[in-house]
Ligand binder design. Structure first.
Ligand code: 9YT
Length: 132
């Protein structure tokens, strides 16, 4: 079994930062679970274009507020504590922080390896050796 705390992960290179968000990647490909698990903070008032063409992702909001817009149909969904959004179609989207930072728990299939750069045209490259 593996046990990690958010506190210790935040103090390591698992924590990555971008202009609009930061994310602590608590479980990654090398754990061989077939998915990765991240605690991500979306900063208040930000607007981020994301399109995970190579990954499926689900995101659960623990605190804060915001919204997500799916680009294909222009639909806007409110995000609040208790909301789970499921990108089952590799949905291209805009993720917007509201009045307060949003704390999210995120899972990816296939897992991220942790080396993905966050230039965030919304796309992370697929890791061909993924076990996912
Ligand atoms: C909210 C969201 O899409 N989080 C994804 C994880 C984060 N961007 C990361 O760890 O790279």
């Amino acid at each position: 079994m593996i046990v990690r705390t958010l506190k210790e992960c935040e103090a390591s290179e698992r924590r990555v930062k971008s202009d609009n968000w930061e994310s602590t990647r608590m479980l990654l490909k090398d754990d061989k679970m077939g998915f990765s698990f991240h605690i991500t903070t979306i900063y208040a008032g930000t607007d981020t274009h994301i399109w995970y063409q190579n990954h499926l992702e689900s995101v659960y909001c623990m605190s804060g507020d915001g919204e997500i817009e799916t680009k294909s149909d222009g639909k806007i969904y409110k995000i609040e504590p208790g909301t789970l959004y499921i990108l089952d179609k590799h949905d291209e989207h805009q993720l917007r922080g509201g009045k307060t930072d949003m704390k999210m728990a995120c899972v990816f299939n296939p897992p991220l390896s942790g080396k993905e750069v966050h230039d965030e045209n919304g796309v992370y490259p697929v890791d061909d050796s993924a076990t996912g």
